[in-house]
Ligand binder design. Sequence first.
Ligand SMILES: Nc1ncnc2c1ncn2[C@@H]1O[C@H](COP(=O)(O)OP(=O)(O)OP(=O)(O)O)[C@@H](O)[C@H]1O
Length: 942
Amino acid sequence: MALTVAVSQSCGMCFGGKQLRCAIILKAGRGCRNVLGTNMRFSNLLLPKIPKICSRSKHKYAECMLKLVEPYDESSIPQPKLLKKASVVMGYDSLNDLFKYGRADKDAMDDFDISLACKRFPCITLGSSPPVGLYDETKAGGSEMKSLLADQSCEAVVSNSMDAELRVDRFGLSEAWPSLYPALPNESSTSSEVGSLPSEAPIEPLLDKCISCVPGLSKRLYHQLENCGFYTLRKLLHHFPRTYADLQNAQIDLDDGQYFIFIGEIISSRGMKAGCSFSFLEVIVGCEIADTETTSGDEVVNIDSGQKKKIYLHLKKFFRGTRFTSIPFLKSIEGKHKVGEFVCVSGKVRAMRSNNHYEMREYNIDVLKDEDDLSLRAKGRPYPIYPSKGGLNASLLRDTIARALQALPANFDPVPKEITQEFGLLCLFDAYMGIHQPKHIDEADLARKRLIFDEFFYLQLGRLYQMLEGLGTQFEKEGLLDKYRKPRLNAAYMEGWSSLTKKLLRALPYSLTSSQLSAISEIIWDLKQPVPMNRLLQGDVGCGKTVVAFLACMEVIGSGYQAAFMVPTELLATQHYEHLLKLLDNMEEDEHKPKIALLTGSTPDLQTGDITLVIGTHSLIAEKVEFSALRLAIVDEQQRFGMAMVNSDGSPKDDQHMAPHVLAMSATPIPRTLALALYGDMSLTQITDLPPGRIPIKTYIIEGNEKGYENVYKMMLDELQSGGKVYLVYPVIEQSEQLPQLRAAASDLETISQRFQDYSCGLLHGKMKSDEKDEALRRFRSGETHILLSTQVIEIGVDVPDASMMIVMNAERFGIAQLHQLRGRVGRGVRKSQCILVASSTSSLSRLKVLEKSSDGFYLANMDLLLRGPGDLLGKKQSGHLPEFPVARLEIDGNILQEAHMAALRSWDKSVPKFNVGGTQSGQDWCDIEDSAPLVRISLSN
Ligand SMILES: Nc1ncnc2c1ncn2[C@@H]1O[C@H](COP(=O)(O)OP(=O)(O)OP(=O)(O)O)[C@@H](O)[C@H]1O
């Protein structure tokens, strides 16, 4: 099948010397971003879906696809067209970005072990296999389908795009939730068996039926719908209303520039030529609204009883181009709106000169059918307003969707009743009815919750499945499931630590905080398990994550293995290397002190096992870097790597070849919602307190006008005079003509040097060579320079404990979470520190104010999520890995995601304790999901 072109080498598994890459691979398989991006994501999605595609014998789109592909050889497949079709069949919208083009494809094809895929999916036959359709419409459709659905077994229809994954039941899931797992095709069955036995094959998801099953659809409309991408029932039913109009609620107080919804009657419709190449359409709608002048402010307005007044809406649409000025054209647009028709109009209003006349240039107009729609009005039902799509107008879509709803059997729901009942969800049928035809707005709300739940539930289930798939032996899998089953805090107390770890602990110039201690105990417990650890260590800036990671390294080194520490910048690699060297120097004499290295071009061979810890950037995962016994891979600030990870398949069998443990660290306090969506299967450890003696950083927001800068320079001078060190952070290196308002680091060097002549200045930015950067930072750290002008390269991990002031220029250019990170570069020692955020305009001041008020990284990250959405918060690379959620919004639907996560866990294993919302458990910091799940098992501060 042409789709296999891009199925990448993800089936392969790296062993032995390539264990670090293997570790990354493992992580990727569990939902992190990935090094080879397209590969991993594509294969992750595609592989599990292949059986689904192939098993739907006679599906007409598969047939079409194959026909489409047949005349071409691989290199000349008309990709966009094919991809569009493929994405529909696969129920995935963004296939394009998963497909690799050109030469790389061929390479991937060469590397791809087809036999592995065939073994895994017996339904794949290669070579001369005849085109297979996706299902037999004559058998599965119509009455037979209905009778199937009437049967209890219809509940076994897994209707989500991830359902193929659910069918692989290696862990006894079908026993736990029989209704989620329809009769599974025997894995060892041959391709001919699949598809030829409709009674034994999985029941075809009803929602993936072709829209031709919608009653009363004309051929013309069917083609129109198809052209607009509505190929299946699901696609159509997932075209959700944009909003609902409350038709009883007449508007009062029309404010300029506000969005309103009106019901009214078309009074006139005119197409007018206004110039030789300019025309417009003006539709005037007359509406009755409550008259504010006769209604007192507090009174609840009832349009039927109160005083009304008539207003006139002028809906205007403009056309530019000579062809739009012809009489036939003008007549045709005029004719689209008939005088006397009742319509629902929504859009932005602008008052016109004459009283009670309003103009609307952005609007949606829906014709209300007298009987049905006006009776809706009488009943006070919310009126769904649909977005139009690809030339199909909203009212046509609403009609078609209403008909599609008739094709659904009542009580239709693929999710087991146990789950819907436990989480108080509507059944899927009611959810579709509720979202498209709500009797009340609360019903639409409940329906939305159910649909969001489904999006998250299948995602979480898929993540769990991927995680278990990534593990090699049944023993490992059981070990992992055991973690979910037994609610307890798994921690290895100090007596159980290796002597090397204890020695480093004694060499530290400070004692660990209680949070650091629980974190390391938890990590060491994990390191002792036969299951590869996959843990995210999260903590606010400067809370001391690095030393926890160093101790974890000592633990594996003490047991005779190697560790690798990967950081996003060379600057940070050098800093960590020097920091650890210093700590090791303090360590009591030991002939077996670990030998550590910074990965540079000349790093000696790691295969001899002589070097036990190597620190480096992503060069660590280069092909040539081979380890002899890598057991722990630490990935610091992983979201900064523009890299992807490939999923692993066929894990090693014995302990000696066990995939390495992975400890990811992040100082970006990702809101829990995002952590769940991104790392649904990842254990999470949080460091919740800061080392003692830290004085809170005082933050100031100042407008960057002349007076503002004078104040800033004065504060800076005071700080320097009292012995402080100052970071000046700039959004760009050089000033540019395009953005002259931005202050630039290199361009400002001279100005600042002249202004503060008694103090020396340094410059640091990403375009400098790595030894120049190291030198600039070294000089600042040692006190040779007092002012460091820098770009955001210092944002991550730079640790100069006595730096005491940070000034961020054009601060509005940075995100809230990013500014919090930057601010974390000061206040790392005992000196009182300040952070000044200079905003270019008054308007940006308010957004920054939140930083003045709070220094809680988690609170700020949540604010950022709310203000900018997950994409901006995570950055392009990381957010690219977030799945698309058509209905859900991560920033507001976090609680449903948590429920879905819990539901997914419980569907794997019923012994996972029940969901417990909101309650904190005695003696614990917080816990909104019982702490049995590794993901939410957190380090407690006391
Ligand atoms: N328990 C502690 N007591 C006192 N100082 C500590 C403690 N733990 C760490 N530190 C010091 O705090 C500073 C910050 O620690 P570290 O660099 O490990 O933080 P981090 O969490 O990795 O920060 P970032 O997120 O900014 O990279 C370092 O100078 C470190 O030596």
